[in-house]
Design a protein around this ligand. Structure first.
Ligand code: DON
Length: 321
């Protein structure tokens, strides 16, 4: 355990920074154990041996180690933000289009869609995220800007954007996602042309942030729905406290796909993973943790990222299960 602890229950700044330094050393010893994603050709170009980690606490302080300032492709981590936007836009009506149960299957599996009438199990598997992007495509004439606008506000970075080469690379090879979109359309669970939704989805997935930005952008989930103001911007109730609690429950049960049980066992916090190698974890009432290391395990989750989160909860006791 970290010592000494402060009266707020948060570890003292020096011990948290020391914990991050220790995790950085231990994590880097694991380089070579995973493989970068290569089914999206542009992601195969990323230098594999990188590791960054950032912690943002609800008191507004932030801590970083390693490559925490290097932007990376958020990929499926964006599904968290698009789901929140859909929930804000249409509330409980999202549940007419998508379920909220863990799938126990790979993120890009289509097997359950056939027996479950084109209704995806949850909003974080690819099929579910495509439905969410379909909902947002109907809701927003300029979805790119609605999404980027929200993310720029949450990160306080007016330059935040997607990587056009990564978006095109995924769009050119998005055959399976396109198949799922058409399949759902055949069941009446897709309102817009699949081509249009796939354009939006691939741009969304190609959004780039660094660990520090990702930790800050998800702060509202650790802070009862309230985003912390920075640089003179006031705090903002970005999502209701009730919905923030619900999103965290979904992240705990579905955020790591068929590794959700393993993540809950090892880490015990709501998480969202992405094939860019990023993972964000929410410690409600405490803060957020973003990690990035591009080498993935067989289920598409960052090897060093999962290790680093496991070590951090061991050292801080932030695991709330
Ligand atoms: O749709 C895809 O396959 C990618 N854009 C995102 C998948 C992903 O990040 C899965 N997470 N581990």
């Amino acid at each position: 355990m970290l010592t000494p602890r402060t009266t707020t229950g948060l570890p003292a700044a020096e011990s948290l920074q020391a914990a991050l330094a220790l995790i950085d050393t231990e994590a880097r010893a694991l380089f070579g154990q995973g493989k970068v994603a290569d089914y999206i050709p542009a992601l195969a170009q990323v230098q594999p041996r990188q590791f960054g980690m950032a912690v943002a606490l609800v008191d507004g302080s932030t801590y970083q180690v390693g490559d925490a300032h290097t932007p990376f492709s958020l990929q499926s981590i964006t599904k968290l933000f698009t789901f929140v936007l859909a929930l804000k836009a249409i509330g409980d009506d999202v549940w007419k289009r998508v379920g909220r149960e863990p799938s126990g299957a790979a993120f890009n599996s289509m097997v359950q869609l056939e027996t479950e009438h084109g209704i995806p199990r949850n909003p974080f598997i690819n099929a579910g995220a495509l439905v969410i992007t379909d909902i947002l495509t109907t809701r927003y004439a300029h979805l790119d800007y609605a999404l980027l606008g929200a993310l720029r506000r949450l990160t306080d970075d007016p330059e935040l954007s997607w990587n056009a080469a990564v978006a095109k690379s995924e769009r050119d090879t998005a055959h399976r996602n396109m198949a799922m979109a058409y399949f759902m359309k055949s069941h009446g669970n897709f309102a817009n042309p699949p081509e249009l939704v796939l354009d939006n989805y691939c741009r969304q997935c190609a959004t780039e942030m660094n660990c520090t930005q990702l930790a800050q952008a998800t702060m509202f989930l650790a802070n009862g729905g309230r985003d912390l103001g920075r640089d003179g911007r006031p705090d903002e109730q970005f999502l209701s406290a009730d919905d923030a609690r619900r999103v965290n429950a979904l992240l705990l049960t579905c955020g790591a796909y068929d590794a959700a049980g393993d993540f809950a066992y090892r880490i015990g916090l709501p998480v969202k993973t992405g094939v860019g190698g990023g993972i964000v974890a929410i410690a409600p009432g405490v803060g957020t943790i973003a990690v990035w290391a591009p080498e993935l395990d067989a289920k598409g989750n960052s090897v060093l990222g999962a290790f680093a989160l496991e070590r951090l909860v061991q050292l801080t006791g932030w695991n709330h299960t």
